[in-house]
Design a protein around this ligand. Structure first.
Ligand code: AHR
Length: 507
């Protein structure tokens, strides 16, 4: 394969990276919360106040910065009062989206406890579809109010004297679909109502409006919010690589072509991000920054069905996809200020899978661990010269439903870089997506610093179809290797289908 180069510009500062782009999402769905996170205080599975310790530890170890809850589709059916107070008095409800009965054992106080144990910001999505602004504002009062009001007192009576100071609030979920089948203009009107009362209850909160991809929803929504820009802080989009057996294959069973198709399609997510940015910029007219939150993203394999609680396996291919998408969020870090992979445990592209007492850390978990040092960083400009591993073909246009879009070739190499000014550490992450070629890449660090120390770590395996399972939990993990880099121009060998990280201490 031809020669490759990565140029990192230490003086090309793109933006600080919002830690929240490394966020996660949990929903009352399948075994995500019950069994996956919450086992209950009486369980013989090691737990802290009912929260399973191994999963809490996994979240902590990758520095999960923010957790979105309670859904998802579930959010627009959820009445928060069902989930507070003595457990034996909490009502059981039908989970209309995901089946079974919701016991409400895990509610607001349990969620906040999880966030506190992990060190994550809570991000709550309120019920617009079947709820009211009054209910939403009462929830906010329960969480954040310091005085002796009805709901603040209720929180104190439930044993939590300190306000929770929940900063991030979503106003409905997928309001164009499971959140109530709204039309964008009608949703905008509802949004204005909810946002008015939420911001008035606590002006410090950041509100997320529900956006959409591949339709004119964002355009019509933002047009209707044009004179109410002060009420919106984020526009959310969701992006799933969704159950396309023909194009992507299955979770562990896919062809080489399907592997390439999946990675090739990341450009559609990039397109949606760019579209969302231009729409919010156009309607906010420079009066205020409205950020983009990709608050659900990931692969949804055909194996994940409602019947099995959206459970699927997670291979090195998914990890390579996750790494490439994190690179994309870093590239757009000036505007993408939050992202939440779906979902953290036992559902879709998880970081943990649980079975009884056992927990497996997936390849995607290891990507978040590898990327953790980017959290404190400032994104830097990168330029990549790389061989192409897939050119666009006629088949790639199928599924775009008549949308005309220029498709780009897929490069083998994809990279991102950031600098942590406090510790003078340059972090470079490089993915080699080639299925069959190791690549020697020349890395050039411009900007006149000296490299004093270096660390190297990578993730790979013999096959992109490898995964971690309960009997073989360590097929995919991070390997650290010693490396001695002293020059600003050096060559690194990247194994085929690998995710690599360099940490260079500058002086
Ligand atoms: O993550 C699973 C579901 O996907 C969520 O509930 C919904 O928001 C999305 O459609």
């Amino acid at each position: 394969m031809g020669c490759c180069r990565l140029v990192v510009g230490l003086d090309e500062r793109v933006s600080d990276i919002d830690p929240n782009i490394f966020g996660h999402f949990i929903e009352h769905l399948g075994r995500c919360i019950y069994h996956g996170i919450w086992v209950g205080r009486g369980s013989d599975i090691p737990n802290i106040d009912g929260l399973r310790m191994d999963v809490v530890e996994a979240f902590r170890s990758i520095g999960v910065p923010i957790i979105r809850w309670p859904g998802g589709c579930f959010a627009d059916t959820y009445h928060w009062m069902d989930g507070v107070g003595p457990v034996e008095r909490r009502p059981r409800r039908v989970n209309i989206w995901w089946g079974g009965e919701e016991t409400n054992e895990f509610g607001t106080d349990e969620f906040i406890k999880l966030c506190r144990l992990v060190g994550a910001e809570p991000y709550i999505c309120v019920n617009v579809g079947s709820g009211s602004p009054e209910e939403a504002a009462a929830w906010l009062e329960y969480c954040n109010y310091t005085g002796g009001s009805r709901y603040a007192r209720l929180r104190v009576e439930n044993g939590y004297p300190e306000p929770y100071r929940v900063r991030y609030w979503g106003v409905g979920n997928e309001s164009w679909g499971c959140g109530g089948s709204f039309d964008p203009v009608y949703y905008a009107w509802e949004y204005r109502r909810f946002a008015t009362f939420l911001k008035q209850t606590d002006p410090s909160v950041k509100l997320v409006a529900c956006g959409h991809t591949s339709t004119d929803w964002n355009l019509r929504l933002m047009e209707s919010l044009r004179n109410f820009i002060h009420l919106i802080d984020y526009l959310s989009i969701h992006y799933y690589f969704f159950r396309n057996h023909q194009r992507y294959g299955g979770d562990v069973d896919f062809t080489d072509e399907q592997y390439l198709n999946l990675l090739f399609d990341i450009q559609h997510l990039e397109y949606e991000i760019k579209q969302a940015i231009s729409i919010v910029d156009f309607f906010s007219e420079g009066r205020k920054d409205v950020w983009i939150a990709v608050d659900e993203w990931g692969v949804w394999h055909p194996q994940a069905t409602t019947e099995n609680g959206l459970y699927q396996q997670n291979t090195l291919r998914d990890a390579i996809l996750a790494a490439s998408i994190l690179n994309l969020f870093i590239k757009y870090s000036r505007r993408v200020r939050m992202a939440n992979i779906a979902q953290a445990v036992n559902v879709l592209q998880s970081i943990c899978l649980t079975r009884g007492r056992d927990t497996v850390l997936t390849p995607t978990y290891h990507v978040f661990k590898l990327y953790k040092p980017h959290i404190a960083g400032i994104a830097l400009g990168t330029r990549v010269e790389s061989p192409v591993i897939k050119e666009p073909s006629r088949d790639d246009f199928v599924g775009l439903r008549g949308v005309r879009r220029r498709l780009e070739s897929l490069k083998a190499i994809d990279a991102s870089a950031s600098i942590d000014l406090n510790s003078s550490r340059l972090v470079i992450t490089i993915v080699n997506r080639s299925l069959d070629e190791d690549i020697d890449i020349e890395v050039v660090v411009n900007g006149g610093y000296r490299i004093a120390e270096s660390e190297y770590a990578y993730i790979t395996s013999k096959s992109v179809r490898s995964y971690n399972d309960f009997d073989t939990p360590n097929n995919i993990r991070i390997t650290e290797e010693s490396i001695d880099i002293k020059s600003n121009r050096f060559t690194l060998n990247l194994q085929k289908h690998s995710i690599n990280r360099l940490i260079l201490k500058l002086s």
